[in-house]
Write a protein that binds this ligand. Structure first.
Ligand SMILES: Nc1ncnc2c1ncn2[C@@H]1O[C@H](COP(=O)(O)OP(=O)(O)OP(=O)(O)O)[C@@H](O)[C@H]1O
Length: 264
């Protein structure tokens, strides 16, 4: 049973996810490469946290290690106080399916299924005995993200922005505790980027916890907090506070100044 009483000792806010001394070393290289180097990081409940850093600094590896997609080689990851690092593969898959959602740069949808069925698939897998509820939830998500009219379209018959909004729907279909996004706008033009970031901002404003990797300061400026990685180490951390459309530009400038100071 999850321990929901865990809270951040500094802010007092409830903790959703925590990395303690998280390490990932690849032993396939000679010498071995330590890509994530003993990171301590707390993600508070309902927080939108962004991970930035130069290419190769370990952002995706940190995200995958925290989400159980990849096994860390040291340290621990706790989801609402429950240590995930001691779980077997089967239990970890269950946690990923039921408690975590993922959005990647590419959608990775099945070509032989339409958009709606691609979104429905994980929801049915997570709750096989409750097909009606899964269908209702998925149809509500399609409406909410403005893609109900393309639900029966094939995956090549929609725009990049619509496909990424469908990825967000799929990630939310199992009502996850944490949504992880790895460069979700990396393959999109600027109007589609805004479309997808608006969708993610809505998800956050409705109370979801988000952890996102991005290279794009305009996307990062949507977050509550940005952490910066260098060579697998977490070297700085900046609270941005609540995002608002009115303050968007000033906030992006403030973030850029901070990032330049870090050598970004
Ligand atoms: N399977 C692997 N074996 C060995 N080294 C790896 C492996 N996967 C990743 N790396 C190395 O780990 C380092 C960090 O990779 P990672 O993808 O986490 O960085 P990143 O900050 O997300 O980079 P980018 O912004 O370019 O996506 C890189 O130097 C990469 O080459």
């Amino acid at each position: 049973m999850a321990d929901t009483s865990v809270s951040d000792q500094v802010s007092g806010a409830p903790v959703m996810l925590e990395a303690r001394g998280l390490t990932k070393t690849y032993y396939s290289t000679d010498p071995p490469t330590r890509v994530v180097d003993g990171i301590d990081l707390i993600v508070r409940r309902a927080e939108f946290l962004v991970v930035m850093g130069a290419s190769g600094s370990g952002k995706s590896t940190l995200l995958y290690s925290m989400s159980g997609m990849d096994r860390p080689t040291g340290g621990n990851v706790l989801l609402e106080g429950r240590d995930l690092t001691c779980l077997g593969d089967k239990e970890m898959s269950r946690v990923r399916l039921n408690r975590m959602g993922f959005v990647f740069q590419q959608a990775y949808f099945l070509e032989n299924l339409n958009i709606r069925d691609n979104i429905l698939l994980p929801a049915l897998k997570a709750a096989p005995g409750d097909k009606g509820a899964a269908i209702t939830r998925v149809d509500a998500l399609l409406e909410r993200f403005g893609i109900a009219h393309v639900g029966r379209h094939g995956i090549t018959q929609v725009s990049g922005g619509q496909l990424q909004r469908a990825s967000i729907c799929r990630a939310l279909a199992c009502e996850p505790s944490v949504l992880f996004a790895d460069e979700p706008t990396g393959a999109l033009n600027s109007s589609m980027t805004t479309e997808v970031m608006d969708a993610l901002t809505d998800v956050h404003e409705e109370g979801s916890t988000l952890v996102m990797v991005t290279h794009d300061p305009a996307c990062a400026a949507r977050a509550d907090r940005v952490v910066y990685l260098r060579d697998g180490l977490l070297v700085d951390d900046r609270e941005l506070g609540k995002w608002s459309r009115e303050r968007a530009e000033g906030r992006e400038d403030e973030l850029l100044t901070w990032l330049r100071g870090l050598g970004f």
